[in-house]
Structures are given as structure tokens and as C-alpha cells.
Design a protein around this ligand. Structure first.
Ligand code: S3P
Length: 208
């Protein structure tokens, strides 16, 4: 007989209990560009000792070209098909922490795949935070418009109703990344293990 999830968490640190409860499922970060999915995902994976994969990086490796080049040479629909394939393949190899591109969660089949093979964490950021962060880089083809702020506002309007379907929502704001990681760990623990995590630096980790 399999052990109840609460029992799995009983004698483990919060981090270890999350990993035990995940089984083969992955933690999937979703949300707008600039929400911090890759930065937070990398740190979250380190904390949980899981592999970290950035879907955009995998897509670029599979296509042997950058995302702006894929958009330019093959168009957005081609990029979206590749994105869905890559995410599906990665989710078959869990558990891992997976950062997805901002548009990936809009596709019905990808949302279904994530729901079946993962726990979704929406990093929810306000438009002004996103705009400030994305201004630092020019590698997002969807923002190569005359009015990036207007484009972000439109995308937020279109996408938030989908992002709201995620398992967990974390308010991504300008605080140290580790704060967002701590909040993600606490929310994952509550979601997966069903009890509030007692997070303190001396918590015993059975895997250390
Ligand atoms: C996109 C977001 C990008 C990348 C592509 C399209 C989007 O990823 O997948 O430029 O549709 O929002 P990030 O969210 O990691 O920037």
C-alpha cells in the first residue's frame, strides 16, 4: 500500500518532503517574460537538488538557432509547435524544475501536459516590473514593437486568465530572489504535502 502524502512529509525537511511528494512530476514555472522564471527556477532547483531546465534554451539547442532567428526565419507558429514538443519531451523526464517561455501555457495541450506531469507555479509580475526587467535585453521578438508597454499590457490581458489556472501563484516583485524561492518552497509544501512548512535554516534534511 502506498504511503499517504502527509506521512511522506512527516519526518522530512520541507525541501525533501516536496521532492518525495513530487515523485516523477516536475515543478513548472509559468508567467510573463521578465517574471523571473529562469532566475527563480535555477535557485529553486538548487535548493531542491533537482535538475533545472530552461525550455527556451532547449528549443534554441534543438533548432540550432536563437529564438529571434526562429521567429524571423520560420514564424511564431513554427516556434510554438517546437515549444510544445520540447516541453512535452522534458516533462517525460521528470522530476525537474522547468522554466517555460511566457506563451507556452496558452496552448491547451501544453496546459494539459503540465497538469498531468507537473505542478505549475505562476510567477505573477506587474506590468511595470516586467517592462523594467525586459528593457535590459532585446532578445524577445514579441516586444520588437513600437509600443512595448502596450504590448505587455495586451499580453497580460490575454494571458492572465490562463495563468490563473496554475496550481500555485507567487507574487514576483522586486525583492531578493531568495525571498521568492522561500515563498515558492512554502507554497509547494502546502500544495503537495498539505501542511504549512516550517522553514528555518537548521531544518534537518534527510538527504544531506
Ligand atoms: C515568449 C517568451 C520568451 C520566449 C519567446 C516568446 C512569449 O520566453 O519563449 O520570446 O510568448 O511570452 P521568456 O518568457 O522566458 O522570456
Amino acid at each position: 500500500m502506498s504511503e499517504p502524502v502527509a506521512a511522506i512529509g512527516a519526518n522530512l525537511s520541507p525541501d525533501a518532503a516536496i521532492v518525495a511528494a513530487l515523485g516523477q512530476r516536475s515543478i513548472v514555472l509559468i508567467g510573463m517574460m521578465g517574471a523571473g522564471k529562469s532566475t527563480v527556477g535555477r535557485r529553486l532547483a538548487l535548493r531542491l537538488r533537482l535538475p533545472f531546465v530552461d525550455a527556451d534554451t532547449e528549443i534554441e539547442a534543438a533548432a540550432a538557432m536563437s529564438i529571434p532567428e526562429i521567429f524571423q526565419q520560420h514564424g511564431e507558429p513554427h516556434f510554438r509547435d517546437g515549444e510544445a514538443r520540447v516541453i512535452s519531451r522534458l516533462l517525460a523526464g521528470g522530476p525537474l524544475v522547468l522554466a517555460t517561455g511566457g506563451g507556452a501555457y496558452m496552448r491547451d495541450s501544453t496546459r494539459a501536459r503540465i497538469a498531468a506531469a507537473g505542478v505549475s507555479v505562476w510567477l505573477k509580475a506587474e506590468a511595470d516590473v516586467i517592462l523594467r526587467r525586459v528593457k535590459r535585453r532585446a532578445d524577445r521578438p514579441l516586444l520588437h514593437t513600437a509600443d512595448p508597454a502596450g504590448t505587455i499590457a495586451r499580453l497580460i490581458g490575454e494571458r492572465h486568465p490562463f495563468y490563473q489556472q496554475s496550481d500555485i501563484t507567487i507574487d514576483s516583485r522586486d525583492v531578493p530572489h531568495e525571498t521568492i524561492v522561500d515563498e515558492s518552497i512554502a507554497a509547494l509544501h502546502a500544495h503537495l504535502v498539505g501542511a504549512p512548512a516550517l522553514l528555518h535554516p537548521l531544518s534537518m534534511d534527510s538527504r544531506s
